[in-house]
Design a binder for this molecule. Sequence first.
Ligand code: NAP
Length: 315
Amino acid sequence: MAPFARVAIIGLGLIGSSLARAVKGLMPGVALAGFDRDPGVREAVARLGLVDEVAPSPADAARRADLVVLAVPLGAMRAVGEAVRDALAPGALLSDVGSSKQAVIDALFDLVPAGVHLVPAHPVAGTEKSGPEAGFAALFTGRWCILTPPEGTEPEAVSRLADFWTRLGSRVEVMDARHHDLVLAITSHLPHLIAYSIVGTASDLEGVTKAEVIKYSAGGFRDFTRIAASDPTMWRDVFLMNRDAVLEMLARFSEDLSALQRAIRWGDGDALYRRFEASRAIRRAIIDAGQDTDAADFGRTHPDAPEPGPERGRP
Ligand code: NAP
């Protein structure tokens, strides 16, 4: 039996709509209510039939739900928490999908009524797209969902939410919120910051025209542009809400970048080679862990490419 009978999702963009699709597909008996502040999104969700009821307010969606998931940008968590608090039924579980976790606990902890369980969660899955049309049911399949219950949370509430995400195809891990923020700062937040920065630098270059940057982008730059196309609101909030962990990782990164800069300046090919070789092993480990495709160039089609032969260039 599904761990929840009625689920409310507040915020029906990429993640909220993907969650709605996954719940509908994998837990067909569960009643689904949803709300988004954007009337266009509400209209699209109703047209696509993603939830049983598109509610007129967050409180209306949350009323009678035994699981309420906030899938709004981090900066909106507090306001949405305030909007749903009085509608939360005793015994209900309040959760979210935000990309930074201590900030969500800080925003929601004192709002949660007695008898309601707060179990923040972060499905480590997403794309650079936004909105309900961009969502898809399999987004969470095989991806990690990290739960960060505050100290003192009832273990039974944590295992119910773990059961929910497991049934959606995710692999679940429970972690301290601050540790989550540090790990995600290096695996997700810093790479986005670097992508935003490098794409900005390229477009500001004086000696190279914007047309050339676009025309010759079929190299590493193109992959940075995909990451840098991610939602500006979401990422603004991530950097504001995970400031300390991001600054710590950024300091480490700057030191390592300086070391590479020095190796290039002094012609230290061995240092460069050692660093590049180690990076390749990380890529291999990610593929072996089933977290990315082994296909060359992320599986993009190249009609003129030779047939795949024995693998070359592996460390
Ligand atoms: P999204 O596609 O932009 O969807 C967010 C939706 O929430 C938008 O329709 C937005 O409407 C709505 N919203 C904003 N403020 C609201 C409020 N006060 N009340 C009700 N609805 C509100 O964003 P997303 O990618 O799904 O991200 C949602 C959450 O998931 C964020 O916390 C993010 O950190 C987390 N997350 C994202 C990813 C990813 O890769 N995208 C991955 C994991 C977790 P407006 O457009 O009018 O603002």
